[in-house]
Design a protein around this ligand. Sequence first.
Ligand SMILES: *Cc1c(COP(=O)(O)O)cnc(C)c1O
Length: 391
Amino acid sequence: MKYKISQRAASLSPSLTLAIDSKAKQMKAEGQDVVGFGAGEPDFDTPQHIKDAAAKALADGFTKYTPASGIPELRQAIADKHKRENGLTYKPSQIIVSCGGKHSCYNVIMATCEPGDEVIIPAPYWLSYPEMVKLAGATPVILETTDKTEFKLAPERLRAAITPRTRLFILNSPNNPTGSVYTPDEIKALGDVCVEKGILIMSDEIYEHLLYDGAIHKSVASFSHAHCEHTIIVHGFAKGWSMTGWRLGWCAAPEPIAKAIDAIQSHSTSNPTSFAQKGAVAALTGPQDHLPKWLAEFSRRRGYAWKKLNSIPGISCVNAKGAFYLFPNIAGTGLKSTEFCARLLEAEKVAAVPGIAFGADDYLRVSYATNMANIEKGLDRIDKFVRSLAK
Ligand SMILES: *Cc1c(COP(=O)(O)O)cnc(C)c1O
């Protein structure tokens, strides 16, 4: 039987991160002592009161379909969160709860982009953005940034990349994979360009709460009414509440876009899991005292990893102010990222994600969402590996 694969699916790039990950898992299964720096999720458990709320909902029989865009109680709690933390006024009808931040990104792109449209994406980027843009039949326009600017895009470069076909600009701060955080002034400058040019912004703010060294997160939507009208915020419960497996995210959008996303969702996934949504209400309305503890631990690991990486000859690393990643530059080792990661896994049994997966071949993504003992062991091995290259 010869199967015809759609052009849409055939155009996707297979996930490099998954290839390294499956090799590492296989080695682990064989009993090898593999250290993983690949984690894209916090290593902390979901706070107990959130689990309790979902368990209670399940026990109470809250197990049926809900409105496709989420239960009113949760949409209200999300609107309240944006009011309280971001100074933004959304009606619950502008909030669409989805099956994860990733699902929200997909919905936003599907609702706003079509063939002929261009979508501006700064690199290093979260690897799913360009693939989602391709799925919509639109064209990703990648603007590279480097560690020299802390992986930040200057507003002049955004302006210069805008054409009559530009539909959307994707902004992700705090950033995956670099951990970089734009200052409020920098965010405003990018937002100003989009408002002036009439470009929509998809602002992925899922790492909003994971900030260090006094860094401040300011949503691009919050600078003026016009900024808000040009912005669709994507957010979720995965990172700030360690709820990756729950599959719950949301977007906050201008009313017509929210309506379009609601329509798409009602014909694809329908509602996110009913009882999980009750847990999410507890996440937003309950105590937030897990956060300072997590941040203190993340920051301790980050400090250690950053110092250690910079002590390795051929590697340099800017310190990141957000998320739970560092993005060291490995150009000085003479290897590009795919070969570096493949040989590192082979020789020293350390799994890191090659920067090329994020559009940046001279870098690695090192996640510190793993315990300190692992971080120490893994970085010692990277040190040994790099020194062996120099011989
Ligand atoms: C983790 C992540 C998301 C969303 O993850 P979900 O598990 O789908 O909620 C979105 N954007 C970025 C940049 C992420 O790293």
